[in-house]
Design a protein. Structure first.
Length: 307
């Protein structure tokens, strides 16, 4: 009975010690000092630290799995970027169509500005000429009216009529007076018409000046829009190239890390498997990527309490 209790007590103590050591090994933060554990576990002297090295092996395995997952994520992101670039390419094509149309509008606006500036100069010259003509015509009409006013006084009119040498001359003199009056009326009508045309020219001149200023502003805005669209295209392309390069660099880095992790795994596995076998040991390492920790057993069935 005592022998049975003693055996169970020893077994329980062994389990407690092994579990305690395993928990301690699992609690180690290998990331803080990988170089130390590499030097510890990458040698054939790993027998004294087998549990720690097995935990380190698990850590390396997890690193490899995490890196593989990260690589998968990055490759999915690459797909997203390539998918997005198709949409961005369509957007760029739309921008380029807009640029083509806006550049056409710029040419139209530039031509219209040139023509309107020429038209304004013509209108200004025309207004000056018409104002000069009106001034001259106005002076002539005024002079004739003054002259006719003196001539058409009662005594002057009677003297002019009675001075006819014959009836034919009398008729001619009366018709001449009527012709002079009709001419003056026509000159006054033309003078008023010319003044109206000048006013119309001035209104059109102001309209064209306003349109000219608007088109100058439209030209500047359109040019700025074109430059903005071109800048947007450059930014889209640059961003795509940046994302693509960043993801490719990450992919290369992870692939390199995976290669390094694989080397670490091989070294740890080789070191653990190189532990010299004895009659009291069974090799704890089995082939395969993941190494699982466990309690070693003697061939007779008893648990080994060593580390």
């Amino acid at each position: 009975m005592n022998k049975f209790l003693r055996k169970n007590t020893i077994l329980l103590m062994a389990l407690v010690m092994v579990l305690s050591f395993t928990i301690q090994a699992d609690a180690i933060d290998f990331s803080k000092n990988e170089a130390y554990y590499e030097s510890l576990c990458f040698t054939t002297a790993a027998k004294e630290n087998a549990s720690v090295c097995r935990a380190f092996q698990d850590y390396i395995n997890k690193k490899a799995a995490d890196s593989r997952n990260q690589l998968t994520t990055i490759r999915e992101q690459m797909k997203d970027v390539k998918s997005n670039i198709l949409q961005l390419t369509q957007q760029i094509a739309k921008y380029e169509e807009d640029i083509t149309e806006l550049e056409r509008q710029i040419r139209v606006l530039s031509d219209s500005i040139y023509r309107m500036e020429a038209n304004i100069r013509v209108l200004e010259d025309q207004i000056v000429r018409r104002e000069n003509d009106v001034e001259l015509r106005d002076e002539a009409v005024k002079e004739r009216l003054v002259m006719m006013q003196g001539f058409m006084s009662v005594n002057g009119y009677v003297d002019f009529i009675m001075g006819a040498s014959s009836f034919t001359d009398l008729i001619r003199r009366v018709e001449g007076i009527n012709d002079i009056s009709a001419y003056d009326r026509e000159q006054i009508r033309l003078l008023k018409l010319e003044i109206e045309r000048i006013e119309q020219d001035k209104v059109e001149l102001e309209r064209q000046k306003g349109a000219l200023e608007d088109n100058r502003q439209n030209l500047v805005l359109t040019q700025e829009t074109v430059e903005g669209l071109k800048q947007s295209i450059e930014e889209i392309v640059a961003e795509y190239r940046r994302q693509e390069a960043d993801l490719m660099n990450k992919e290369s880095e992870i692939v390199s890390n995976l290669s390094e992790i694989q080397k670490q795994f091989e070294k740890v596995a080789a070191a653990l498997n190189a532990i010299a076998p004895s009659s009291g040991w069974v090799r704890p390492i089995t082939s395969g990527f993941r190494i699982s920790a466990g309690v070693w057993a003697y061939p007779g069935g008893g648990l080994h309490l060593g580390t």
